[in-house]
Write a protein that binds this ligand. Sequence first.
Ligand code: ATP
Ligand code: MG
Ligand code: MG
Length: 536
Amino acid sequence: LGAAAGGGATGSFDIGLENAEMGKVVTRFPPEPSGYLHIGHAKAALINQHIADMYKGRMLVRFDDTNPSKEKDEYTQSIIADMQRLGLRYAGITYTSDYFEQLAECARRMIAKGYLYADDTPVEQMREERMAGTPSVRRDRPVSETTAIFEEMLVASEEGQRHCLRVKLDMSAPNKALRDPVAYRCNLEPHWRTGQKYKCYPTYDFACPFVDAIEGVTHALRTSEYKDREAQFYMILKLQQDVWPGLPHVTMWDYARLSFIYTVLSKRKLTWFVENGIVDGWDDPRMPTVQGIMRRGLKMEALKEFMLGQGASKNMTYQEWDKIWTINKKLIDPVCPRHTAVEQSNRVLVTLSNGPASPETMSVPKHAKYPPAGEKIQTRTNRIWWDQADAAVVAEGEEVTLMGWGNAIVRKISKREDDTVQSIEAELHLEGDFKKTKLKLTWLADIPELVPLELHHLGYLINKKRLEEDDIFEECVNRNSRTITAAAGDANMAQLQKGDIIQLERKGYFIVDAGVEHGGSVVLLNIPDGRTKNMP
Ligand code: ATP
Ligand code: MG
Ligand code: MG
């Protein structure tokens, strides 16, 4: 994969994919509809797509919906929309629930062969026995008993609900994933897709190998922290193949789980942010969801380039957000229009003694090196606004450059009691050489058409670089992750629309979250450029 970084080429270099035949590789992206897609899922989807493309095969999408307690139709719809945003090409969408009948039939056949047994060991005790490698007292119960109990489980009778179905693998295996994993358990909650039809559901461990095989998936990709479960997958598949003639083989391939500093990537924790109102929703621009990062101004091409750069490495490392935003900046900087804004608070009125008394307008390019960005109107008057931060550092007698206009000499600086600058008198010196000035300043003509702006600077949602197992997550939440600054923008900004990406001269890159059409100020979200630290 590494070799394809940037170019997006799909050559057939070696990534160590076993049993891969050109034209025959089938991969699958298996989201559970229990939340919105996040950037980790995007890696999973893109890597599946990439490997399918590399071998001129295809990728399937299968919703892994075996746990009715966590899943919702809303999540399914959002995942489908996000897969479109990611530009995924997939051969079709299926659901594990499409196979519930076949899975139950497979389980019946496996029971008949003595591969599965019904167990009513209490959950806690079962956990202890698994840790200790102690077989359940039910392990060798007669096939006829398990056969009868499984039917009770399927209708969730009282007797059925007390049991689960387990796969007889190897209770003494050092790999605990092999110590008789659960295959089926009852759940009375309605399933978002099948309603009350089923009351007993296969586990992921039991369903996944069977459904992968029956759908013709040749390569099942899994993140490497589940490497332990590879043996389990193969063993369960083998038992299933034994009772299901013609069930094909599936080869597993693992890759590194994606993690970012100052970021949680778990649907459970992301749900917590949404439910506790820390963020506005799953698409909040501070969320590491596909919708959140795109709303924040991350281009899909940047995301893909970053993922391919991750390559086929199997080592989980924490990624820096700077890396992905740097790639993004390289894509947006050459094309995005330039605008100007001055912060509202403490802005400084500068009078230009020899400036135009009535406003003069002229058309200038929005991007000096990229004409397709179009033109904008620049207005010049003898009254202009500066940021307080700029006014605070100029000296009387100093010559500065007004960007896009020319030089001016500062004549008089009036300060308030608190030492902030109240106003400045200056004189245009257009024959002055801009190469000789130290300060190139942004400015805006004082005209009524200036556009009110809200500049949002966003920080991370958690304040710890790496969350450890024993960290109390709620205590690491940054409750101060958004700073809003009021500003005035050039009149051209009235035309901005949601999703437009611009650069505010000397202030950075921004994406329009709400244009003038929504009524209030134009809302601009700062897009990190990989250099400015966006820490709280
Ligand atoms: P989460 O803990 O965020 O809910 P999950 O693995 O339970 O993640 P799924 O919907 O089951 O969520 O994941 C779909 C696919 O995405 C799986 O193949 C999973 O391995 C993969 N995946 C999930 N998180 C990451 C990640 N951080 N990096 C890479 N792949 C991931
Ligand atoms: Mg999962
Ligand atoms: Mg998970």
